[in-house]
Design a protein around this ligand. Structure first.
Ligand SMILES: *[C@@H]1O[C@H](CO)[C@@H](O)[C@H](O)[C@H]1NC(C)=O
Ligand SMILES: *[C@@H]1O[C@H](CO)[C@@H](O)[C@H](O)[C@H]1NC(C)=O
Length: 230
């Protein structure tokens, strides 16, 4: 692997760099890019929404990364002919619109990174604006365990919510409602353990845990707690 060389000096790069100088007129406003939605989970779509594009544009380009050479071009839009053209970095999931916005469908983990918009106006002025996209993993389904699912009043039980994910929050669900904690219940610091001591008849029912991160949430299967009277 160590002997591989990068062939980065493509013809396109040379051509583009020699035709235009990289200055931008100080009077015109800078384009801005918003991610819609701001947080995107793997498998979903995201729109890189462009505001404030400069006037009198000829071509709008989108690049993966900050290097604006052919190798990294996702697509360009030719405004004079209303035509979009795919670039070498196009993955068949991107659509460029006349207003400059770029739609990425079914995002993958490796779509994470910087995206650069370049506008070229009729006088040859180029302007670059970049945005960082981060693709979040949805949470996996948690599982639930209990020390004993058939107990007597005054016994104690401990439910545990098991998740392989990090940066999550955990909620407990009792009979399909958010669990209302009583003074006989205690949660561990990260909510992954629910202790009930002593158990009473009213605690009998279905328990589930729900794990959430910034972009998704999933519920465990349910455990039915049976409480026999003494
Ligand atoms: C640009 O066009 C796309 C697709 O039609 C649309 O979703 C988006 O809202 C437009 N952006 C602006 C800033 O108008
Ligand atoms: C569960 O609790 C019941 C009632 O206290 C007890 O009889 C039983 O042995 C316990 N089962 C286990 C596996 O600890």
């Amino acid at each position: 692997r160590g002997s591989e060389t990068e062939n980065s000096g493509s013809l396109g790069e040379v051509r583009e760099a020699s035709l235009f100088t990289f200055w931008s007129s100080p009077t015109s406003a800078q384009a801005t890019i918003d991610l819609v939605p701001p947080l995107v989970a793997e498998g979903k779509n995201v729109l890189l929404l462009v505001h404030n594009l400069p006037e009198n544009l000829n071509i709008i380009y989108w690049y993966k990364g900050i290097t604006t050479t052919d190798d990294y071009e996702i697509a360009r839009y030719l405004l004079s002919t209303n035509e979009s053209v795919e670039g070498l970095a196009h993955s068949r999931r991107e659509t460029i619109f006349r207003n400059g916005s770029l739609l990425i469908e079914n995002v993958k983990q490796n779509d994470t990174g910087v995206y650069t918009l370049q506008s070229l106006d009729s006088r040859g002025n180029k302007k670059d604006t970049s945005v960082q996209l981060y693709v979040h993993q949805p949470v996996s389904q948690p599982s639930i365990r209990v020390t004993n699912d058939t107990v007597k009043e005054k016994d104690s039980v401990v439910f545990t919510c098991v998740s392989g994910d990090s940066e999550i929050s955990i909620q407990w669900i009792f009979n399909n409602q958010n669990l209302k904690l009583t003074d006989r219940m205690m949660l561990s610091e990260n909510n992954s353990r629910l202790s009930i001591d002593p158990v009473e008849g009213e605690d009998a029912g279905e328990y589930q845990c729900e794990v959430s991160n910034l972009v998704s949430s999933k519920k465990s299967s349910s455990i039915s707690l049976i409480v026999n009277s003494e």
